[in-house]
Design a protein around this ligand. Structure first.
Ligand SMILES: [Zn+2]
Length: 223
């Protein structure tokens, strides 16, 4: 077993020790003044498994750069990456074939154009999945809307309205379905109590795997 490297120790007036793994997977120890170094080292040895796991998780994350809208750049649609192709003779603004084609005339507003396109596709697909699962489980929303939410995949309004972020259309269909089922079950069960999760599991037995995908890939689902 190799030694665990402490990247930084920050001493202050705090009373307890905290171990923090930063976004670039560095180990930072926050400790009270006068904490002996041996004490910190012992604690780190004890927490070795947790530290390694956290650092590994961060290292495995895909590196996400802001989009440049250049030829060949990858864009997600239903969990699959499509290469961007800039077209001179496209009749619509955007077209999805084996590549994601965008009209050259739209390049100055490429981001806005693509978001508008994602929103339309998201509404179509999510409405379709809501109808399918609503028939299956018997709860029907009063309306389905698409939002620009960055952190919330879906929400359930007080009058039975369901909202979904357009970013969901970038995730695999089984993940879209999980969020749809999650919100549909909220029509009957408001809180995340045991009854709620039992109902979700009865419809999607592997919902945890789908939920995990969302947690691990949220950085990739941006524009
Ligand atoms: Zn919920």
């Amino acid at each position: 077993m190799g030694e665990i490297k402490i990247d930084k120790v920050i001493k202050s007036h705090r009373k307890t020790i905290a171990l923090v793994i930063t976004q670039d997977s560095a180990l930072v120890v926050r400790a009270p003044f006068f904490t002996p170094l041996e004490y910190i080292q012992k604690l780190i040895e004890k927490k070795r498994f947790w530290i390694n796991k956290k650092q590994e998780e961060i290292r495995k994350r895909p590196i996400v750069k802001p989009k440049e809208f250049v030829s060949g750049e990858g864009f997600l649609f239903l969990g699959k990456s499509y290469k961007l192709e800039i077209m001179d003779d496209l009749l619509t603004d955007i077209e999805l074939q084996d590549t994601l084609r965008i009209s050259r005339t739209r390049l100055p507003v490429a981001k806005e154009t693509l978001i508008a396109w994602y929103k339309e596709r998201a509404l179509e697909k999510i409405k379709e999945r809501c109808e399918w699962y609503a028939r299956l489980i018997g709860y029907k929303p009063t309306s389905v809307k698409i939002t620009g939410a960055k952190r919330r995949w879906g929400s359930c309004g007080p009058r039975g309205t369901l909202n979904f972020s357009w970013r969901l259309i970038m995730t695999p269909l089984e993940v879209v379905d999980y969020v749809v089922v999650h919100e549909l079950v909220h029509l009957k069960e408001k809180s995340h109590a045991k009854r709620f999760w039992n109902k979700v599991r009865a419809i999607l037995y592997d919902y945890k795997k789908r939920e995990k995908w969302l947690k691990e890939n949220k950085a990739a689902v941006i524009l």
